[in-house]
Design a protein around this ligand. Structure first.
Ligand SMILES: Nc1nc2c(c(=O)[nH]1)N[C@H]1C(S)=C(S)[C@@H](COP(=O)(O)OP(=O)(O)OC[C@H]3O[C@@H](n4cnc5c(=O)[nH]c(N)nc54)[C@H](O)[C@@H]3O)O[C@H]1N2
Ligand SMILES: Nc1nc2c(c(=O)[nH]1)N[C@H]1C(S)=C(S)[C@@H](COP(=O)(O)OP(=O)(O)OC[C@H]3O[C@@H](n4cnc5c(=O)[nH]c(N)nc54)[C@H](O)[C@@H]3O)O[C@H]1N2
Ligand SMILES: [Mo]
Length: 831
């Protein structure tokens, strides 16, 4: 059931075309000694790079030669390695050290910690795993949460944590993720795959064939700066060509978004303003126009889709609600004038149209609906499977749309116990509870053990979790409603976190173990994420700082405590693993045929030593490809993965679940709270969107002081708001403001900007949580939006996060502002 990004990536590559080697493509010498120091290759989510190491320190970072569009975030790398928020030593929370799990848990978060030796810390970790497995059982341990671990296939830290814990005993796992939780559950019913992590139609074909490109809640120019692997930003070359086409008038790009985005400004394209969270109403109005003006493709629907009649009856007002979904009906909800809705529908039907959806609109209550409705719209337009037509849910992510090389990528250090082996504690009795929970429902689970909820047609019964282990994720940024999280954490007996940055997750843990950064260990990865352009040597730049160690070393040492360290590392050390993964990749690519030469003999991977010295192997570019073209060509042979094999405009299967919040076809449903006249807007009139940050990867790099200084306002996270909302509240650009609702309050720095319409404000996710104290309701001094967001499942279908369903009020902050507590590590207590 677990959906792994890597496995989707691999699937995408397996089906893609072969590639060509581009000699001389990489301009920068990978490795070499100069008078000033040594240049080495390294990698990160922000980009593959070359780094100058001088006197044992990283002195300079330059983009990798193949990266023609490097992100400004490379300027944050040095500050990520060297900053006051590094975890320096193994640490234990004072109260927990004194009284262990019997202590006062409401003090968790007071940030008072005592330094430990590695041996003492790992003994405690091991003892706690033993205690939980012996006194309770596997249902009491949650080690399921993983996140944006650093790049590198050997050190992928979630794998290390889960393998080591799994060798000790079973534990509760998660299904889904925060990125596309609703999308990846609804789309298999509609289009037969998750779509979100699938390779998409190649950019060159979009540029060649599309007449209209719709960016639907989508800001690729901002979001393509980071990739799941070592990014090389090839997508930006295509965005540049798109910009030229917009300028010459050969492609019309329209961005459906409440906000004037970075991409809009870069492309110089049109914005179609829409009230937040009302896209489904808007699209229903469009469907009404397409249907009643005869602009939809009946032939395509007859040949490729099922369930259109039930859906159209709803549009025409023949369903239970009796409401006709006219553009006038839609206007009252979405704020787009009815005539504009009609014009937009006509425009999309007039010629080749590519719909490109972002992910934020499914990170809201009923987030399944805009995705389903988008697919229905694309079905009515009848262009699915055509070059430059149809719908994509991924072109803003990790170089999706850049043709894949088709080569085999290196594998990874294993996540699970080896085949044929069992854990030390082989108890699989979850006492009637479910061993896998929907990822965003873990706080519900902590608060309501034993409760049964619906999930995707099944029942999930929450286990009674007592201990959590976190590595490579920062739940105290990524999960919604921190004050509710505090209540849940009062129930936890033990929390262990392994991280290199002392973020709020460390603060709310009992035992914290210092990992090193990816620049302090050797590794191997692909560069170019979905394009899979080549293999990169990630050279260790400097030794682990302070007392930090690689996750590999940390967990080998933990496993030694129950005598299974050799089995854990399969007898290999770090470089042994780097070489093993390279050699396996080399073997797998023996028969790799680069497409443009079509000649296997034009490609070979060198011996490991040569690769390590040169720093990379390039697979060359891939071939153009059209998503769903095979289905369009032969729908019976290349049936979709839906129950019927066809596009399901209505789903019998979902209808049979009988959910009131996800019906048998896409429907408009009011939200629990909504700005622009929606519920609770009288008290909290401002919609808070918590989009992905322009100059961070979530919470990663927030600690980088130099980079933070380029966007912080009075040392706080910026909150963006419209001139109208600012004026109404007597707020000036640069003012300190208090942002609040019934769930929490925070300080932020006001940025007044025309990019934002009245009623819409933005705090970027990943701002470090810095409460004044551990108490529930305490003011957050830096500005983490999840202090304010709603912790609610999207629906009974996906139970995904609804972070973007959130309304707030803002006031100017008067008086003495408390200092920012988010950064700088723990309060060290000597005992
Ligand atoms: N309000 C709101 N909340 C959101 C979102 C939103 O849009 N709005 N977006 C959601 C989404 S899509 C996502 S993907 C999540 C992201 O949530 P996370 O993946 O939890 O976010 P990161 O900040 O990337 O956290 C990664 C953590 O792992 C640590 N780390 C990195 N590499 C290593 C390593 O090698 N070893 C160890 N031990 N630790 C390491 C980093 O220091 C950091 O603390 O946030 C979600 N939360
Ligand atoms: N720089 C940077 N890039 C990243 C990341 C990062 O942290 N930093 N994170 C990566 C990850 S893990 C993920 S999941 C993706 C996230 O990718 P997304 O979820 O697509 O990105 P967001 O930036 O949250 O939002 C994109 C746009 O959606 C719009 N939007 C929000 N709500 C609505 C709505 O109701 N209707 C409409 N029409 N528009 C709406 C916002 O105004 C914004 O312009 O980004 C990836 N890329
Ligand atoms: Mo994400």
């Amino acid at each position: 059931m677990t959906i792994s990004r890597r496995s989707f990536l691999k699937g995408a590559m397996a089906g893609s075309a072969a590639s060509l080697i581009g000699p001389g493509l990489l301009t920068t010498a990978a490795a070499g000694v100069t008078e000033q120091g040594v240049w080495k290759t390294a990698g990160s989510h922000w980009g593959a790079m070359n780094a100058l190491v001088k006197g044992g320190k990283v002195a300079e970072v330059k983009p990798f030669g193949a990266d023609q569009y490097p992100t400004e975030m490379l300027n944050g790398i040095k500050g990520l390695i060297y900053n006051p928020s590094r975890v320096r030593y193994p640490m234990v929370r004072l109260e927990w050290l004194k009284n262990r799990h019997n202590g006062d848990r409401t003090t968790r978060g007071d940030n008072r910690f005592v330094r430990l030796t590695w041996d003492a810390a790992l003994d405690l970790f091991h003892e706690e795993l033993e205690r939980i497995q012996t006194d309770y059982g596997p249902w009491a341990l949650y080690a399921g949460a993983t996140g944006w671990r650093q790049t590198g296939q050997v050190h992928s830290c979630g794998n290390h944590m889960q393998r080591a814990v799994a060798m000790h005993g079973h534990f509760v796992k998660k299904v889904g993720d925060y990125s596309t939780g609703a999308g990846q559950v609804i789309l298999p019913y509609v289009l037969g795959s998750t779509e979100v992590y699938s390779q998409g139609t190649s950019w060159p074909l979009i540029l060649e064939n599309s007449k209209t490109v719709v960016l639907w809640g989508n800001d690729p120019y901002k979001n393509l700066q980071v990739g799941w692997n070592c990014e090389t930003h090839e997508s930006y070359a295509y965005l540049e060509q798109l910009k030229a086409k917009v300028a010459e008038g050969s492609i019309r790009v329209i961005s459906v978004d409440p906000v004037r985005t970075k991409t809009q400004k870069y492309l110089g394209c049109e914005q179609l303003y829409i009230n937040p969270m009302t896209d489904v109403a808007f699209m229903l109005g469009m469907a009404h126009t397409l249907y009643n003006e005869g602009l939809y493709d009946q032939e395509f629907i007859d040949a490729y889709a099922l369930g259109f009649d039930d859906f159209i009856a709803y549009v025409q007002g023949e369903a239970e609600d009796g409401e006709v979904k006219t553009p006038e009906w839609a206007e009252a909800i979405c704020g787009v004038p009815a005539e504009r809705i009609r014009e937009f529908a006509r425009l999309l039907a007039a010629d080749r149209t590519q719909l490109l959806f972002g992910w934020a609109i499914q990170r809201q209550q009923h987030g399944e609906q805009p995705y389903w409705m988008g697919a229905v719209l694309a079905t009515m337009l009848g262009q699915i499977g055509l070059p430059g037509g149809g719908i994509s849910y991924g072109h803003h992510y990790s170089s999706i749309g850049v043709p894949s090389s088709g080569a085999s990528a290196p594998g990874a250090f294993p996540r699970n116990v080896d085949a044929g082996k069992t854990p030390e504690h082989d108890n699989t009795d979850f006492q009637g509870a479910t061993s896998t929970i929907p990822v965003a429902r873990w706080i519900d689970c902590l608060l309501n053990p034993g409760q049964t909820i619906q999930y995707n047609g099944a029942e999930v019964t929450f286990p009674d979790i007592r201990m959590c282990v976190f590595s490579g994720c920062n739940p105290w940024h990524h999960h919604q409603d921190h004050n509710r999280m505090k209540k849940a954490f009062h129930k936890l007996e033990t929390v262990v976190t392994i991280d290199y940055a002392w973020n709020a997750t460390c603060r709310f843990s009992d035992l914290v173990l210092p990992a090193c950064t990816q620049f302090e260990r050797n590794d191997i990865d692909i560069y170019g994420s979905y394009s899979n352009r080549g293999v990169l040597a990630m050279h260790k730049l400097v030794d682990p700082l302070f007392h930090s160690r690689s996750d590999f070393d940390i967990f080998t040492d933990l496993c030694r405590r129950f005598g299974r360290d050799e089995e854990y590392r399969q007898g290999l050390d770090e470089m042994g693993w780097v070489k093993k993964l390279y050699d396996e990749c080399r073997e797998a690519n023996k028969s790799f045929v680069p497409a443009p030469t079509g000649d296997q003999s034009t490609f070979s991977m060198p011996e490991f030593t040569q690769f390590w010295k040169e720093g990379y192997v390039d697979f060359g570019p891939g071939e153009n490809w059209v998503r769903h073209a095979d289905f369009r060509q032969a729908p019976e042979v290349n049936a979709l993965g839906t129950p019927s094999g066809f596009i399901e405009v209505s789903s019998r299967k979902i209808d049979r679940y009988g959910y009131d919040d996800c019906r048998g076809y896409p429907t408009w449903m009011e939200k629990a709270e909504r700005s622009h006249g929606g519920p609770n807007s009288d008290r909290y009139p401002l919609w808070l969107q918590s989009v992905h940050p322009d100059k961070r990867l979530h919470s990663q790099m927030c600690e980088s002081e130099e980079l933070r200084a380029t966007y912080a306002v009075q040392g706080r996270e910026p909150i963006y708001l419209s001139p109208q909302d600012a004026e109404q509240r007597g707020i000036q650009d640069g003012d300190l403001v208090r942002v609040y609702n019934d769930r929490g309050q925070l300080l932020a720095g006001a940025v007044v900007s025309d990019d934002f319409p009245p009623g819409v404000v933005r705090l970027q996710e990943g701002a470090w949580y810095g409460p004044v104290g551990p108490e529930i309701g305490a003011l957050d001094t830096y500005g983490d939006p999840n202090t304010l967001t709603l912790d609610l499942g999207t629906s009974k279908l996906a139970q995904a996060p609804s972070a973007n369903t959130c309304v707030v009020e803002i006031e100017r902050f008067e008086g003495e502002a408390p200092a920012v507590t988010a950064f700088g590590g723990p309060t060290l207590v000597e005992i």
